[in-house]
Design a protein around this ligand. Structure first.
Ligand SMILES: [Zn+2]
Length: 309
């Protein structure tokens, strides 16, 4: 059954910095951002999933500037953040971590093939064409924007977009506000380090990859919860791995837990697949085939996973 979601909203979180918020933050319904400089330059933070959602996002951006974007940054490779890349003007650089480029190319349109609910419209794969490791700083007029690689956490290509003068952070999918973290393509071990890197920045306004904007004291409280979730996954993984359970059996046994009310609770199965990989001694950036994981998540969910993008 089709669920109708509320309309996206363009919100100015501080002067000249906008979050484009898409409720309800569930599968493939992500947030993006627009960071303007006083000289007329501006940076887009991510694109979105379907052609219709991308065209609505770009129409909203046009209310801020009629010029093409100065640059686009991808916070990571996932399709809900990169499927609009192909709609960028050819001369607009698309910036991402070096592994973001690799993983956009490797993933192709797999997200649209497993999450089959939406009408995606036309899609093309277009990876970042400006890549970096570590960090880089953009100067939009007087405004400093730091792109900092903090992966592997949600994925190995995780980059946060940090405005040090305004203390605004675009976290990408390291933070789902209201949803369970998804670590199958990231790292159970690396995730708390990604959160620690965010905490160290001491943001005052946090725009998550999915869910509502988080401000002030709610930020450290949310980060605490996310670290506790990762510890829960790690502990469940250790016990279940030692007991010889499969990730699906382990998730089913642990179904009633204090995080079960968070959105997309089926992510626990995928997260345990990643925990098992790490417990087996595999390098953190080992690829886990998504089709098997997805099959288990559907089984845990008791049927197809809804996607209403
Ligand atoms: Zn993601």
């Amino acid at each position: 059954m089709r669920k109708l979601l509320p309309d996206p909203e363009l919100v100015e979180v501080t002067s000249g910095v906008y979050a484009y918020l898409q409720p309800d933050g569930s599968w493939m319904v992500n947030n993006t951002g627009v960071v303007t400089g006083q000289d007329g330059s501006y940076l887009l933070v991510d694109t979105t999933s379907t052609e219709a959602r991308n065209r609505s996002f770009f129409a909203a951006v046009e209310t801020i500037s009629s010029q093409p974007p100065t640059a686009l940054v991808n916070t990571h490779h996932h399709g809900d953040h990169t499927y609009g890349n192909w709609l960028m003007p050819e001369r607009t650089p698309i910036i991402g971590h070096v592994t973001c480029r690799e993983d956009v190319i490797a993933a192709g349109l797999v997200a649209a093939q497993v999450l089959t609910g939406p009408d995606y419209g036309h899609l093309e794969v277009r990876p970042p064409n400006v890549t970096f490791t570590g960090s880089m700083t953009l100067h939009l007029g007087e405004r400093r924007v730091e792109l900092i690689h903090v992966g592997p956490a949600h994925t190995r290509s995780d980059v946060v977009v940090w405005l040090p003068d305004e203390r605004v952070l675009f976290s990408g999918d390291i933070v789902f506000a209201g949803g369970q973290p998804f670590l199958v393509e990231g790292s159970v071990e690396g995730y708390p380090k990604g959160i620690a890197a965010i905490r160290e920045l001491q943001p005052e306004i946090l725009v998550p990859g999915h869910g509502p904007v988080v401000r002030g004291d709610d930020i450290p409280a949310l980060l605490d919860d996310l670290v506790e979730y990762a510890a829960f996954v790690a502990e469940t993984g250790r016990e279940s791995h030692a007991a010889g359970l499969t990730p699906l059996e382990a998730a089913t046994k642990a179904r009633d837990n204090r995080f079960a009310s968070w959105q997309e609770s089926e992510r626990l199965v995928g997260n345990l697949h990643r925990a098992y990989s790490e417990l087996g001694g595999n390098p953190l950036d080992t690829r886990i085939p998504l089709d098997g994981v997805w099959h288990d998540m559907v089984a845990f969910n008791g049927g197809p996973i809804g996607c209403f993008a």
